[in-house]
Design a protein around this ligand. Sequence first.
Ligand SMILES: *Cc1c(COP(=O)(O)O)cnc(C)c1O
Length: 441
Amino acid sequence: MTPTTTNAPTGAPPMDSVSTGLLNLLRDHDPEIASVLADEAARQAQTIELIASENHVSPAVMHTMGSCMTNKYAEGYPGKRYYSGCVNHDRAEQLAIDRACKLFNCTFANVQAHSGANANLAVYYALLNPGDTILSVVLSDGGHLTHGSPVSISGKWLNPVHYPLVYDESRDDYGYIDYDAVESMAKEHKPKIIMCGYSAYPRIIDFKRFRTIADSVGATLVADIAHIAGLCAGGAHPSPFPHAHIVTTTTHKTLRGPRGGLIMTNDEELAKQIDRAVFPGTQGGPLMHIISAKAVAFGEALQPAFKTYAKQIVTNAKTLADELMHRGHHLMSNGTDNHLMLMDLRKFDPELTGKDAALWLEQAGIIVNKNTVAREQRSPFKTSGIRLGTPAATTRGFTEKHMKQIGGWIDQVLRSGGDESIHKSIAGEVIELCRAYPLPH
Ligand SMILES: *Cc1c(COP(=O)(O)O)cnc(C)c1O
């Protein structure tokens, strides 16, 4: 490893985990929280973040979140607010809307959804009545809680039916969406909404095929691109438009913005229903500091450098996937097209749970999450897999050679039998690499 003083990131520069100015302020004002923030800054600086849904935002995004824009009630929408004094908030929200539309090539955007879950809830509230049917992927196969899990309002108040993946390992499309099954289930169940877009799916989504199926049964196609939004925006994954009727997303995963949600459409009537469903339907006052930071993040994603970043995320993921498979590990669908991969531990070591693997890797300074794999037999607290993703590591400036090195470390940890001395020694190497690619202040 060659130490370097620049972090040579692709795309916008990575952020400081916490600014010195803020720490100095907090040390006097609230030493307890100051110490939490300082420790978290150190943790982020010294570990390799491979959680597929996380990222490091730019200093500009970070500091806009901590700005005076938070001190305002702005219920309503630009030009139609319930409170006085919203002139600057109108400007910020309109910029966020215009940039989102430009970025995703659509005509309407609601930037007020507090999160990805809230975005989906608002779409359901806009289009469905209790008991209506939605067709989606089940949580344990890579879907999201909000796509009809029994522990979510979406599962309790709606009637979810789930389309399968291809589970047959002898097939070339093993681990892919089973599009033929989507079609036959749509015809059988006549869902009002078909959801596509997932939390743990490593392959490209065929939005066009989904739209054809949706049209054949009169369903609304909702693409939840929470994970892949940055790849879509950066041209590293096909766009859900013009195929999806509605697109929902988070803004904080591959898109590298503040934590938040976003809903888009090209249909004026749907746009009105969505706006009403967000406010006053399911939310109160918008988080104007977050919306301002969304505008900043969308502005960054519109820069040419973001395309380079998005492409590098995928290159890094493919490199890491190849390295792991080369070393005898098994990935769902045998690889990846996007920013993430799902390691199926069952074939590698039937005794090893995702829980233990994630714990061991954390001891080695590599942060991943345990994840269910297709036809999971273990509970979501144990699982038989781990999910790995490259958005945050790519922001840090890591490229192919680092992915190979990280793949080697992961392999060593998974073969360690839990030997903490091995984990500790890798953690030392991880810190050294992280030092060469700092998250700058
Ligand atoms: C992350 C995610 C969400 C929810 O986002 P939150 O901001 O955590 O509410 C929704 N859908 C999918 C597919 C996701 O991966």
